[in-house]
Design a protein around this ligand. Structure first.
Ligand code: JB2
Length: 216
């Protein structure tokens, strides 16, 4: 009998991950989230098993986990939960929405997640526990590190390297051959045209808001 799939977390990112799993024809047997423990029997049709303490009562070999926690700059929960549960012997599945396009030679590490519309071209690598979010595009020969979040609509050209723990904000663009260091944060809509050192920030264009004229 195949191992039962359990989703860790039941927030916004978990909804997207659950949809991807179900679109791929997989059955999610349970979800653990402190916000649901003791208050709900089901979440989006998935049985609520409780919180992580209830998960830790299970035998790691009987279940496959999926990381439903997202990540934003400064948030380490997704990484912490992945490390805690893998240290406890649990295995995390990678998630690939059926609409994803991957080229030849693409390598996905454990718990890498490719959401709907993502494209990863030839010989690129997506690191452990990394999210390539909705409609993000990664071209050939890129190396995306672990615990990275490539936010929706990001465009990354060929030969780009992105260090562990980086966050590439919604709709940002990175030209070919650029290296971004560990922990780099690229703001929404930014265009990166030169290398970025560890932990540096590249901010996008400052939006300019002008007061509305009301209904014409
Ligand atoms: O220790 C925990 C824990 N701490 C919080 N264990 C488990 N199993 N779950 C935990 N949670 C749960 O994570 C919270 O109760 C909550 O239900 C969920 C976080 O949901 P939230 O909607 O706040 O964020 P998210 O992580 O799903 O999504 C973030 O990242 C995505 C990439 C948001 O910023 C999204 O907008 C973004 N798209």
């Amino acid at each position: 009998m195949s191992a039962k799939i359990i989703l860790v977390g039941a927030g916004g990112h978990a909804k997207v991950v659950l949809d991807a799993l179900q679109a791929a024809g997989l059955v999610v047997g349970g979800v653990v989230d402190p916000s649901l423990a003791g208050s709900s029997d089901y979440w989006r049709g998935v049985p609520v098993l409780g919180d992580d303490r209830d998960l830790l009562k299970l035998k790691p070999g009987d279940v496959e986990l999926v990381n439903g926690i997202g990540s934003m700059p400064g948030q380490s929960l997704r990484r912490e939960i992945f490390r805690k549960l893998t240290s406890a012997g649990f295995n995390f599945l990678s998630v690939i929405h059926p609409s994803v396009i991957t080229g030849s030679g693409v390598r996905l590490m454990a718990s890498a997640q490719l959401m709907a519309g993502a494209i990863v071209q030839a010989d690129s690598l997506v690191g452990t526990n990394t999210i390539v979010n909705t409609s993000a595009h990664i071209d050939h020969d890129c190396k995306i590190g672990s615990d990275v979040h490539i936010a929706p609509g990001v465009a990354i050209s060929g030969g780009v390297q992105i260090g562990d723990g980086a966050h590439i904000g919604t709709g940002a663009s990175i030209i070919q051959g650029i290296s971004l260091g560990r922990g780099v944060v690229v703001g929404a809509g930014a265009v990166v045209v030169r290398n970025v050192p560890d932990n540096a920030r590249v901010m996008g264009p400052a939006p300019r808001v002008t007061p509305g004229q009301g209904m014409e």
